[in-house]
Ligand binder design. Structure first.
Ligand SMILES: Cc1cc2nc3c(=O)[nH]c(=O)nc-3n(C[C@H](O)[C@H](O)[C@H](O)COP(=O)(O)OP(=O)(O)OC[C@H]3O[C@@H](n4cnc5c(N)ncnc54)[C@H](O)[C@@H]3O)c2cc1C
Length: 467
């Protein structure tokens, strides 16, 4: 545990993603995790298309594809009979711009295993059994204190320690929000006989709100069971408790549940941290925002927090860029987290369908202080927008973007400026999604700068490369 540049508290999806992004940038980082192993449950199983694009860039997409699968159609049951299909998602097909444009399912435990393997492949480390209990900081660094063992000093600490974040509490950062649903909910991973794996089985209650849904988990033999209970009910997390729920609310018998592999309960709440940064400590993922699981936004937003922060920490620590760049993390991510909380709450309450907004492809940073649109009349795409996929002069754009670098797209213009070696340049004709002009794509896949001519582009780039 030599003093790393970045100490990451928590080996959930957020901490592991950030660990990968820093490792591929050569920034010395260490992930510390309270538990003795990775989280074992299926919890956040819905991957949004934008997260799949992030995973493509981080080099784990093939593994995520191989280990998961598409979402099954819902099937409503009543008195042991199938009553009809229920379509949970608005249909979406892959396009050239958005090649992963369909919901993808993979249990959270499996996503985390894949992320850990990638982190280790890149030379990164997770130290398990290390619980952060508090942090202290000064002008030069931050010190993490643990339940046992020596403190660790780092230049920055990222709190990726989940909704109950000890780091956030130790800094006295408040969470502002509301209860989304007073009803307690049980979530469990079970093996079950008597249900097919072609449908997401839904058992609507009669006269109560005690909904039960049992979804086959792609790539496994398990099902994810989610059961709501009446207000004030005690949720029994034992295997017998889970079996009783199945026997009481379906046509199946208790013995049809052959294994209960993991069980937990929660009460949906939506809350946002009042700040995402205090000095040398940054909050990311559930440590910064907690939400209803409805609409599958939490893990996805968390991964993208890490992805926004990774290249900024890389620029500050690796390229000597001023630490002010880190302020743009909260500036860019907090409004998106607030938007995601509203969306999750609204899906939870049945006010919004799981449609385009949940896919997270239209999110961007148009109003960010890092965004420069220099054209009086922008084309189909503006600075701040997500940089879509496509092919330019035989080059697939997501292939060109893959890696920790910036990319300049010079489309339908001959005025291609000289760029530092670290910037990849793709030159070709005007493109349907982009139009004509120069587009400087950030390492996290958003257009940072757009213009008709190069004036101002080298100065813009120098802000981030320290050169
Ligand atoms: C039933 C359910 C279904 C969900 N479905 C979806 C979905 O379909 N799609 C989606 O996007 N999201 C979903 N979510 C949300 C998703 O699970 C979370 O948003 C996601 O896990 C957040 O990741 P994280 O890394 O920020 O936090 P966590 O996953 O909570 O990870 C935090 C890690 O930090 C560790 N830790 C905690 N305290 C300390 C400490 N003091 N020191 C060191 N380590 C510590 C923990 O052990 C843990 O490993 C769902 C959630 C639930 C409950």
């Amino acid at each position: 545990m030599n003093d790393p540049d970045v100490l990451i508290a928590g080996a959930g999806p957020t901490g592991l993603t950030l660990g990968i992004d820093l490792a591929r940038r050569g920034i010395p980082a260490l992930v510390v995790e309270r538990a003795d192993d990775l989280f074992p449950g299926s919890r956040g199983k819905g991957m949004q298309p934008r997260t799949m694009e992030v995973f493509d860039d981080l080099g784990v997409l093939d593994a995520i594809h191989a280990a998961g699968g598409g979402y099954p159609v819902g099937m409503v049951w009543q008195n042991g009979e199938r009553k009809g299909e229920h379509h949970m998602f608005d249909p979406a097909e892959p396009t050239e711009d958005a090649p992963y444009n369909a919901p993808w399912m993979i249990p959270q435990w499996r996503t985390q295993r894949i992320l850990l393997e990638r982190l280790e492949e890149l030379g990164g480390t997770v130290v398990f059994g290390r619980e952060v209990t508090g942090v202290t900081q000064d002008a030069d660094g931050v010190t993490a204190h643990f339940a046992s063992g020596e403190p660790v000093r780092a230049r920055y600490l990222v709190a990726a320690d989940g909704g109950r974040s000890a780091v956030r509490r130790s800094l006295g950062i408040g969470m502002t929000g509301e209860e989304v649903d007073p009803l307690p909910t049980l979530v469990a991973d079970v093996r079950i006989t008597g249900l097919d794996r072609d449908n997401w089985h839904i058992f609507p209650p009669e006269g109560t709100q005690e909904l039960l849904a049992i979804c086959p988990l792609a790539g496994t033999e398990d099902f994810q069971l989610v059961a709501r209970f009446a207000e004030g009910a005690e949720v029994d997390l034992s295997a017998d408790g889970v079996r009783k729920v199945v026997a009481a609310r379906t046509h199946l018998a208790a013995e049809d549940v052959t294994q209960v592999r993991w069980a937990s309960d929660f009460r949906p709440r939506a809350a946002l941290a009042d700040r995402f940064r205090t000095g040398r400590v940054l909050l990311a993922g559930d440590a910064a925002h907690v939400h209803s699981p409805a609409g599958g936004q939490g893990l996805n937003t968390s991964v993208q927090d890490a992805y926004n922060l990774g290249w900024k920490l890389g620029a500050v620590l690796g390229d000597g860029v001023g630490a002010g760049l880190l302020d743009t993390y909260e500036e860019e991510r907090r409004p998106i987290a607030a938007q995601m909380l509203d969306l999750s709450t609204s899906v939870h309450r049945g006010e919004t369908r799981r449609g385009g907004a949940t896919r997270q492809l239209d999110l961007g940073y148009p109003g960010s202080s890092l965004t420069e649109e220099t054209r009086a009349e922008p084309g189909p795409l503006r600075a701040g927008d997500r940089a879509p996929d496509g092919t330019v002069d035989g080059v697939r754009l997501f292939d060109a973007f893959r890696g920790p670098h910036w990319t300049l797209l010079a489309l339908g213009t001959d005025g291609v400026p000289a760029m530092p070696a670290a910037v990849r340049v793709v030159h070709g004709p005007a493109h349907r999604s982009y139009g004509t002009g120069l587009f400087l794509v950030r390492p996290d896949g958003y257009v940072g700068w757009a213009g008709d001519r190069p004036a101002g582009l080298p100065e813009y780039l120098a802000r981030f490369t320290g050169r």
